[in-house]
Design a binder for this molecule. Sequence first.
Ligand code: 4AD
Ligand code: MG
Length: 473
Amino acid sequence: MEIIRTKVKDLLTSKPGSEVLAKGWVRTKRGNKEIAFIALNDGSTIHNIQIVVDKTKTDESILAKVTTGACIGVRGQLVESVGSGQAVEIQASEITIYGECDPMRYPLQKKDTSFEYLRSVAHMRMRTNTFGAVLRIRNQMAFAIHEYFHSKGFVYLHTPLITASDCEGAGQMFQVTTLDMENIPRNKKGGIDYSKDFFGKQTSLTVSGQLEGELGATALGEIYTFGPTFRAENSNTPRHLAEFWMIEPEMAFYDIKDNMDLAEDFIKHLVRYALDNCRDDIQFLNDRYDKGDDGEDGGLIKRLESVVNTDFVRLEYTEGIKILEQAVRDGVKFEYPIYWGVDLQSEHERYLVEKHFRKPVILTGYPKEIKAFYMKQNEDGKTVRAMDVLFPKIGEIIGGSEREADLKKLEARVDELGMSRTNLEWYIDTRRFGSCPHSGFGLGFERLLLFVTGMANIRDVIPFPRTPKNAEY
Ligand code: 4AD
Ligand code: MG
């Protein structure tokens, strides 16, 4: 009789007593002379289904091919399990080998499971419990983000990946060109003649969809983008990728306070969603890596719950600097100096969040010199209506601001920074024709995942990380 495959996730919650077919990859095989136990996983859940094989009734040559990593199909009776650890198991009647796996050459061996090693076999690491859990959570979070904005009536806007403007103005763009590198066309002054390039001008991969997002918000009201962004910053840290995903909502008629309210509600919703919908995977990560036995904060689940149940601190940059200066006077040692005007380092952000307030902090009113050109200038002439959301273990997870809606002030700032207006006229038009107060922010998707999974390195929350000197696969 033809029988349809059931996913392991569904088998584990099925009533015993029927004939089933499971397909997946062998995690382990153990047993004795008479019986073999196979732990089978198909990626649908962190849990394996146990397969019980009566060796006397099974072809030895088939069982020999059931090794860790092999792909098999198992047909049999779903029965109540006598062993502890699972409610049901499969009494195998027929095993099909789809793909053998040489145990001597399989890259995922028990002996080296360090994250560092697994990064070197990133093409296989999705088969491990840990990366399965992380990637299922990543998937759920992507869904939760769309669902959140959809339910609030935001429009999902697709902004371009190839662009001619540097939104953040930090000069960290990857150039996109079809010019012949061996024979670069030159203009009269000896510079590169970009008019010969594919787009007839110099282009790069985007560092942010915000500028185009603002065009959307000032037409559609509330939009969000969710896509890959690229930064050629040479920072080899556990929190930076050269290719990462960002969620950027942009809202007409929101001031900085509305912006903060949305950011706080949004991120709490996502963490709550993870706790409610990724329980098995989060429990696994909690128990395996982050139980809180270092006495710091009670571990992953406690940390997630505390964020959902607490009001974030809202603090002016100037006040934050005072706290950090006091900490230095009290003997706290920071690697980087602290003074008004300085761009905060992750160590400073984490001190405020983890040591001083012991909860997330939204820092506002930054000096304009350390922030981007588009931020709304305060009356003091020194600070801008920026907001960074700072999280335990991560530091900055969200960056955003109210935008400068005043044409004259925006143009003056562009000029002051020596930026080219030519490439920005389309953006400046939003202030020329029906300008409106508006705000937005960017959430780093992988930073969010660092927090939700408790993983320590951003390379371990994206399937194929792109970092300096590393673009394998
Ligand atoms: O603070 P950033 O640079 O802000 C912007 O790009 C604004 N245009 C966003 C906006 O207002 N629409 O980046 C936003 C967030 C950071 O808070 C961080 O979470 C993440 O993006 N991020 C990175 N994540 C991984 N690797 C990197 N190199 C990142 N750079 C920023
Ligand atoms: Mg930032």
